[in-house]
Design a binder for this molecule. Structure first.
Ligand SMILES: NC(=O)c1ccc[n+]([C@@H]2O[C@H](COP(=O)([O-])OP(=O)(O)OC[C@H]3O[C@@H](n4cnc5c(N)ncnc54)[C@H](OP(=O)(O)O)[C@@H]3O)[C@@H](O)[C@H]2O)c1
Length: 238
């Protein structure tokens, strides 16, 4: 089923998993708006390839969200799917956690998505029904990796955030979570360590390819057309 005329926003949609999601949604017929922060060149090139748009957005600066929403209102006048893909994965060993490093992680991984949702809610509720908000969690966050404790805590809070929004928002706005497993190593992560991690039993859970994550996003996007309350635990969407 093609999503003709529907608009999807993918935060951090220029590279890596976000790029796979942007491509899949465009292929499914969505008008894709992807956001970038540092990856302007990749974002604009990908948007040109998939016939979408690339817009700059810094999730750590909520004071800019109103202007960002106005821009979407003027250009598209609707929003059908909001994919909260952007995140930071800063290495922060416990001995090095400072108020600034803690805040930097939570600002992008949790506060930004919540406040961006708030800013875009009027656009998501333009009366066409069937709007969706999808968060990217992390199937391994409860491993509480010592070098990434703030990241893990921020991602553990994503499903409860989605559940809280599900309760708070009207039923015409569906809210879901996709929880990838070990999909792609962070830039400059030692390759051998990544292979060891991927091979370990504990880390075998969750979706493990960018295309698999993109398929789960499509599953969520399409579920609205037949069942608002579909629970896709098996497919990694909740
Ligand atoms: N990679 C994995 O194996 C894995 C596993 C489990 C869960 N996940 C989750 O899946 C999602 C995508 O993973 P990924 O590894 O592809 O992510 P990523 O490369 O670490 O980050 C995605 C994008 O987030 C954007 N971003 C960072 N800070 C931002 C800010 N302040 N404002 C706006 N955008 C910002 C960056 O955009 P620019 O490049 O334009 O700066 C970046 O390209 C994340 O939510 C991640 O937590 C990933």
């Amino acid at each position: 089923m093609r999503a003709r005329g529907k608009v999807a926003l993918v935060t951090g949609g220029s590279r890596r998993i976000g790029a796979a999601i942007s491509r899949a949604l465009a292929k499914a017929g969505y008008e894709v708006v992807l956001t970038y922060l540092a990856s302007a060149r990749e974002g604009k090139a990908l948007a040109a390839r998939i016939g979408g748009s690339a817009v700059s957005l810094d999730l750590s600066r909520p004071s800019t969200f109103g202007r960002f929403a106005d821009r979407l209102v003027r250009k598209f006048g609707r929003l059908d799917l909001l994919v909260h893909n952007a995140a930071v994965f800063h290495r922060t060993p416990v001995g090095e956690i400072s108020p600034a490093t803690w805040d930097a992680v939570f600002a992008v991984n949790l506060r930004g998505p919540l406040l961006l949702t708030r800013a875009l809610l009027p656009l998501l509720r333009k009366g066409r029904g069937d709007a969706g908000i999808l968060f990217l969690g992390d199937a391994n966050a409860f491993e509480l990796w010592p070098g990434y404790l703030p990241y893990c805590l921020s991602k553990l809070a994503v499903p409860p955030l989605a559940a809280g929004l599900r309760k708070a928002l009207p039923p015409d706005v569906r809210v879901g979570v996709v929880r990838p497993g070990l999909v792609l190593p962070p830039d400059r992560f030692p390759a051998k360590r990544w292979e060891r991690l991927r091979a370990s039993m504990a880390a075998r859970r969750g979706i493990r390819t960018p295309e698999g994550v993109a398929r789960a996003v499509l599953l969520f996007a399409r579920a609205g057309s037949y069942n608002r309350r579909t629970d896709h635990r098996q497919g990694g969407v909740q």
